[in-house]
Design a protein around this ligand. Structure first.
Ligand code: PA5
Length: 444
C-alpha cells in the first residue's frame, strides 16, 4: 500500500449517486490535466516531476548535501511559502520535530520566513561559534522576508570566514536564468540550483527547493522521489476508484453542501509541518474568486484539548480528513506501575501506538456522531518513500479539486495585495501615490 483514501465514515453524509453525479467533472479535469489544456497549464511541471527531473542536478544536490554535512555544524535555510514549507514538512515528518536535538551532526534551521526581529536575532545566536552554510531559496529573488534575512546572514558568514570561503558556503536555489538572486549568485560564484519555470512554489518540494535541505537532513531523496513516482503511476488512472480523485470529489461534494472548512488531522506531532504545507497547497490553489474550502489543521490528541469541543459540538460547517499513519516512527512499550497510583494500569503492557489508535477511533466515532463528515487518508508510515507518495497524492487531489471548483489552481493573484500596501507604507520608490491614501485609511 502507498496512500489510500478511505471513505467508510462518510456514508451518512454522501450517497453513492453523488459520486456518480460529480464524476463527469472529474473526467473533464483529468483530461484537462493530461492534455495540459486547463487553466494554469504553464505550471504543470509537477505532474511528471517524479520521473522527469534533472538527474545531473539531482546528483549535484546529493554532492552538495554531503559537503555541507561534512563541513558545517549548522545549515541556515532562508525561504518562505513554497520556498520553505515543503522542505521543513518532509524533514520533520521523516526525522521528527526534534531532529536537531536528537541527532548528532548537522543542525538545520529555517529562516527568512518572517520579518520578526526576534527571530533573526535568535538565528544569529544559533550560529555563534559554529561552522555554518546558507541555502537561500527564492524563485523571484526579490521576496522581502527572504532577501532581508539573507543580507543579514551573508554578512554574518562573510565576517566569520571571509568573503572567499563564504562564497563556497552559500547555495542559491532560484530561477534558471532570471532575477537578482541568480545574477548575484553567478557574480559571486555560488553553487546554484534551479526552480523550474513550470513549477509553482507549493508544487516545488520535489525540486532543488526541497531536495537540498531534505538531503542535508540525511534523508534518502531517491526514496522520496520513488514514492512520488509510484503515486504518480497509481493516481494517473481516470477512475472513480482513483483515491486522489475520490478525495477531491468528497471535498467538493461536501463543499457544495455548505461544509466550507476542512480540518486535516493527524495523531502525530511530527505531521505538524505537513499540515502547514497542506494549508498552503490547498489555500493558495483554491481560495480565489470568493470561493474555496478553508484549509485548517489539528494535531490530536493535543488539539482535542483545545479544538475538540468545537469540532464535537460547534457550528456544523466543517468536515475532517484524518491522516491515518499505520506505524509510528518509534513505538513505546507501557510498563505496569506498581501500586497503580495514577489508575492507568489498564493501559499497561502494550504499545503506546495502540492507545493512540484507540484515541483516534474513539474520536472518529464521537465526531461522526456529532455530525462531522470524516474521511481517512491511510499511509503505512512517515518514511521518505511514503511521504513522497503523500505529497503526490495531495498534489493530484488538489489540482482536480481546483478544477472541480472552476478556479485556476496554479496561480495566486491574491498574495500581492498585502505586499503592495507594505511597500507603499514603507516608502518604497514607485509607491508614493498609494502611501498617503493608505496612511489616511489607517489614521481613520
Ligand atoms: O507558492 C508561492 O508561489 C509562494 O508561496 C512563493 O513560493 C513564496 O512567496 C516565495 O516566493 P519566492 O520563491 O519567489 O521567494
Amino acid at each position: 500500500m502507498s496512500v489510500k483514501y478511505n471513505g467508510k465514515h462518510l456514508a451518512k453524509f454522501i450517497r453513492p449517486e453523488e459520486y456518480d453525479a460529480i464524476f463527469p467533472q472529474v473526467e473533464l479535469a483529468h483530461q484537462q490535466l493530461e492534455s495540459r489544456s486547463g487553466a494554469g497549464n504553464d505550471f504543470l511541471g509537477w505532474l511528471d516531476l517524479p520521473v522527469n527531473y534533472d538527474k545531473e542536478e539531482f546528483a549535484r544536490i546529493q554532492q552538495a548535501a554531503a559537503k555541507i554535512r561534512a563541513d558545517s555544524d549548522v545549515l541556515l535555510v532562508a525561504g518562505i511559502g513554497g520556498s520553505y514549507l515543503g522542505a521543513r514538512a518532509v524533514i520533520e515528518a521523516v526525522k521528527g520535530q526534534f531532529h536537531n536535538e536528537v541527532e548528532d551532526g548537522l543542525k538545520i534551521y529555517f529562516c527568512g520566513n518572517t520579518i520578526s526581529p526576534t527571530a533573526i536575532n535568535d538565528i544569529i545566536s544559533l550560529t555563534k561559534g559554529k561552522r555554518f552554510s546558507i541555502n537561500v531559496i527564492s524563485k523571484s529573488g526579490t521576496t522581502t522576508e527572504t532577501a532581508l534575512a539573507f543580507r543579514v546572514l551573508r554578512k554574518l558568514l562573510e565576517d566569520a570566514v571571509g568573503p572567499e570561503e563564504a562564497n563556497k558556503r552559500i547555495y542559491a536555489t532560484t530561477d534558471r536564468s532570471r532575477g537578482t538572486l541568480k545574477q548575484l549568485a553567478d557574480a559571486q560564484g555560488w553553487p546554484t540550483f534551479v526552480v523550474p519555470d513550470d513549477v509553482g512554489g507549493r508544487f516545488s518540494v520535489l525540486t532543488a527547493v526541497g531536495l537540498l535541505p531534505i538531503a542535508c537532513a540525511g534523508i534518502d531523496i531517491a526514496a522520496l522521489m520513488q514514492g512520488a513516482a509510484d503515486a504518480r503511476e497509481e493516481f494517473s488512472v481516470c477512475s472513480k476508484d482513483n483515491d486522489a480523485y475520490r478525495y477531491a470529489m468528497t471535498r467538493n461534494i461536501l463543499y457544495r453542501k455548505g461544509k466550507v472548512v476542512e480540518t486535516l488531522t493527524a495523531f502525530e506531532p511530527d505531521f505538524t509541518m505537513m499540515n502547514e504545507w497542506y494549508k498552503q497547497l490547498f489555500g493558495e490553489s483554491e481560495g480565489k474568486d470568493q470561493k474555496g474550502l478553508m484549509p485548517t489543521s489539528c494535531i490530536f490528541s493535543t488539539d482535542l484539548h483545545s479544538m475538540g469541543q468545537f469540532l464535537q459540538d460547534g457550528s456544523r460547517t466543517m468536515f475532517e480528513t484524518y491522516v491515518d499513519i499505520k506505524a509510528p516512527r518509534q513505538d513505546y512499550f507501557i510498563p505496569a506501575l506498581e501500586g497503580n497510583f495514577d489508575g492507568l494500569n489498564f493501559l499497561a503492557d502494550q504499545n503506546m501506538s495502540i492507545v493512540n489508535r484507540k484515541a483516534m477511533e474513539g474520536t472518529i466515532l464521537a465526531h461522526n456522531d456529532g455530525g462531522v463528515p470524516l474521511g481517512l487518508i491511510e499511509v503505512d508510515c512517515l518514511d521518505a518513500y511514503n511521504v513522497g507518495s503523500l505529497i503526490y497524492f495531495f498534489w493530484k487531489a488538489c489540482a482536480v479539486s481546483g478544477y472541480l471548483l472552476s478556479v485556476n489552481p496554479f496561480d495566486q493573484p491574491g498574495v500581492e495585495s498585502y505586499k503592495k500596501n507594505m511597500f507603499a507604507l514603507l516608502g518604497k520608490p514607485g509607491y508614493e501615490a498609494q502611501k498617503a491614501e493608505l496612511e489616511a485609511k489607517l489614521n481613520g
